[in-house]
Design a protein around this ligand. Structure first.
Ligand code: SF4
Length: 227
């Protein structure tokens, strides 16, 4: 699949309420995957019916709705009330998880400490593993002196998301939570973790870990990303 028929929902020209993915018989551009990829969508629908996936998806959907109040009012006006830390805790409780894995970045030690304490107050057992676990040298993955964060021959420990995943796997966590892992490190964690994983926050060094700040200000201070 290529060119004009490649799914590009991010370029959908229609109003949200009119779209084929929001109402049956709605409008769809030529590249619309709702219209063009019925076999794949059917395959996904079947995947939800596997018992282990069915309950996970069902609880995630119930949790999503529970993040709003006044849902019985017509017209419904979205009024969300739960920050993500609460959403994660409630979802984990809905699923009956007891043991949570927290894979966090060394640069967010304080945040990890606060979040871990919150989860424990909610009744979970928390296994937390920092990215630098093992103190494996960056030379192990071929990093040169010039490629270190702090350029030079001095030792620099690599982030080891694979070690984080393996340790959480060995710890038999029911559910994992990422906090502040770097781009790519998070990908390796996802690939090697056994338990399902969600993300509390992603790493963004210049926006206080709020990467959308660059999008929200793209017409002003981050204008350079449009050039
Ligand atoms: S699924 Fe179709 S209608 Fe919905 S956003 Fe994508 S292109 Fe637009």
């Amino acid at each position: 699949m290529s060119g004009a028929l490649t799914p590009t929902c991010a370029k959908c020209p229609f109003e949200e309420k009119e779209r084929a993915c929001r109402r049956k018989g709605g409008k769809a551009p030529a590249f619309c995957p709702t219209k063009r990829m019925e076999a794949e969508i059917e395959k996904a629908a079947e995947a939800y019916l596997k018992p282990e996936t069915f309950e996970f998806a069902r609880q995630a959907s119930i949790q999503e709705a529970s993040c709003y109040i006044n849902r019985d009012q017509k017209p419904f006006v979205r009024h969300p009330v739960k920050p993500r830390l609460q959403e994660i805790s409630e979802f984990a409780a809905r699923m009956g998880y007891k043991r949570l894995g927290l894979a966090f970045c060394a640069g967010l030690f304080k945040e990890a400490s606060v979040f871990s304490a919150y989860l424990e107050r909610c009744g979970f057992e928390v296994v937390s593993v920092v990215c630098k676990v093992g103190c494996t040298s960056k030379e192990h993955i071929g990093i040169t002196a010039a490629e270190k964060v702090c350029v030079g021959e001095q030792p620099e420990a690599m982030c080891s998301p694979i070690a984080q995943a393996i340790i959480l796997n060995e710890s038999k966590t029911d559910f994992n939570i990422l906090l502040g892992l770097c781009v790519g490190h998070d990908s390796l964690f996802f690939k090697h973790a056994s338990a399902p994983t969600t993300v509390f926050a992603v790493k963004d060094r210049v926006t206080g870990h709020n990467p959308l700040a660059a999008i929200y200000t793209i017409d002003s201070y981050y204008e350079r990303f449009k050039k």
